[in-house]
Design a protein around this ligand. Structure first.
Ligand code: COA
Length: 155
């Protein structure tokens, strides 16, 4: 159980040490480098939006989205292992959807490793549909499932 209600705010440069530590914990196969996060944040607000989920001062999740025209892409999403399974991933994803809609996107895409059961379950519950497979996308034997969700509807 969470000690207090989590809150969402924009990711700052100063969050990167904590965010990167969680990245390494959550993405054992191929974590982003700190430089990759710097590159992403450099594109805020033009084409990117990144948010962190906090409990008190502690960052317990983060996510980012790219919006270009009518299309958006989930760039990354992660929740600290100790608080997974409590709805934070769904809340982060819905925040990305809301932001993308406000920026005029009508659909959002993502790629997910075909063996990532928890992420696939999250995307299924959030209304994503499987639109394709990119064989060996991450590494030999590690394919990506491409998913898409329509963002049409009320803001
Ligand atoms: C994927 C991830 C972000 C999900 O975050 P989370 O906070 O645990 O997810 P939630 O608690 O919001 O769960 C949302 C839905 O997904 C489903 N789900 C999440 N984890 C699941 C699991 N391990 N097994 C089965 N279903 C799962 C739940 O059933 C839930 O649906 P429900 O509310 O209808 O029951 C988290 O597991 C994570 O950070 N994984 C490591 C990083 C990662 O793989 N990111 C995705 C890269 S594509």
């Amino acid at each position: 159980m969470l000690a207090e209600t989590p809150s969402l705010r924009a990711m700052h440069w100063s969050d990167l040490p904590a965010v990167h530590a969680m990245e390494v914990e959550c993405f054992r196969h191929d974590p982003w480098t700190v430089e990759a996060f710097w590159s992403e944040l450099a594109q805020v607000p033009d084409t990117r939006w990144y948010a962190v989920m906090c409990v008190g001062q502690e960052i317990v999740g983060y996510a980012g989205v790219m919006v270009v025209g009518a299309d958006a892409d989930v760039q990354t999403i992660a929740v600290a292992p100790k608080v997974q399974g409590q709805g934070l991933g769904a809340a982060l994803l819905q925040a990305l959807h809301d932001h993308a809609r406000q920026r005029g996107a009508s659909r959002i895409f993502l790629e997910v490793r075909d063996d990532n059961a928890s992420a696939l379950a999250l995307y299924d519950t959030q209304g994503y549909e499987r639109t394709g497979v990119r064989t060996n996308y991450y590494a030999p034997g590690a394919s990506a499932i491409v998913m898409m969700k329509s963002l049409a509807g009320a803001l």
